[in-house]
Design a protein around this ligand. Sequence first.
Ligand SMILES: Nc1ncnc2c1ncn2[C@@H]1O[C@H](COP(=O)(O)OP(=O)(O)OP(=O)(O)O)[C@@H](O)[C@H]1O
Ligand SMILES: [Mg+2]
Length: 405
Amino acid sequence: MKEFASIDIGTSYTRVLMGRMGDDGVIQINGAGVSPSQGVRNGGVVNIEQTVQSIQTAAREAELMSGLVVEEAVVNITGKHLKGENSRGVVAVTNRDRVVTESDVLRVIEGAQNIRIPADQEILHVLSREFVVDDQSGIRDPIGMTGVRLESEVHIVTAGKTALTNLRKAVNAAGIRVTNLVMSSLASSEAVLTSGEKDLGVAVVDIGSGVTDIIVYVDGGVFSSATLPWGGSHVTQDLSFGLKIPMEAAELVKRNSGCVQIAAVDPIEKIELPAMSGRPPRWVLRQEIAAIMEPRMREIFELVDQELMRSGKKNALSGGVVITGGGSRVEGAASLAEEVFSMAVRKGNPLPLGGFFDRVDGPEFATSVGLLIGAAQSTDTARKAPRESGSGWMQKLRSWVSENL
Ligand SMILES: Nc1ncnc2c1ncn2[C@@H]1O[C@H](COP(=O)(O)OP(=O)(O)OP(=O)(O)O)[C@@H](O)[C@H]1O
Ligand SMILES: [Mg+2]
């Protein structure tokens, strides 16, 4: 049985998951390791040696648990260097019977990649949104349909070359082969969304420590994506500065007593700040804490809202917004988000898998679980014959794209 692994290199934590496909077709998680990240800033590798250490520590923990070794993995990529844009391709259907074949699909997707890319960027993903055969739009799998003209609508994501190089270097130096690099928001959404939500129209907002990743689905496909260089660590920084306590103490205060909704906090409730050597104990109003945290979180959500509006599809999101990532754990996050977006917001945990799922059952594991699902799918198609099902060619497309990286 084939095993697979994922690595989520985050600004605050590096997470390694190992899994295998169960006989029932459900992914079994058989190893999970988490280590504090060193050498990562706003989602990007800034110190390779330190990142290698974090990967190795997390991988070792996962390996001890599973009794297996991580040889290759699907790895996340994030950072504000990621740019998403929509494009389209048009080709004539060449076959004599005018039946769309796989080669027409590959040609039309290739044609859609004909966009101007800055010299320091390269294509990371070409995500097919829909096909149009003659005048018939909204087609997901055009193979076998009859027509003379095939169009494709795609969402293209490009990534900074330097960021790609540093990431690959760090994982390789940890002794692990990178099978695929996947944009964090794509992975997170794979873990927390149902396909029904993607069809309805939905946005996923993964609030991490140093970045917030946004992805918008319309009619089942990716319509837009963006990454903001802000996250939970900025809330912690504000607390550290505002309460004049170290970052570690501010992190504890945020997790144990923090709230991003001033109005939801009892106005007379006080908490004791974590003890610091040489200082007498100090009590502060919980409302004072919320008064520091809410403006920063509101600002982050306002920037997210701007991205949703920029996509032009905010009104098409009947499935609302799903917030995930460790930063979404903060008390009051969903209510504040609802207020800022004027939309329904739910919190997103990874959808259940088998094995040691209890070890990854939290929003901070959304990216790593999504990457593991992707790893399972590519392993699965690698084993199968060329094209067996509708989703098979999508997989093929994906690997075709990564082969051309
Ligand atoms: N219980 C909690 N309450 C409030 N905040 C929390 C809680 N648990 C985690 N966080 C915050 O979540 C953030 C870390 O989230 P996560 O692990 O998803 O980030 P990351 O993947 O390491 O970083 P990034 O995705 O930005 O590169 C930190 O800012 C942390 O303070
Ligand atoms: Mg993250």
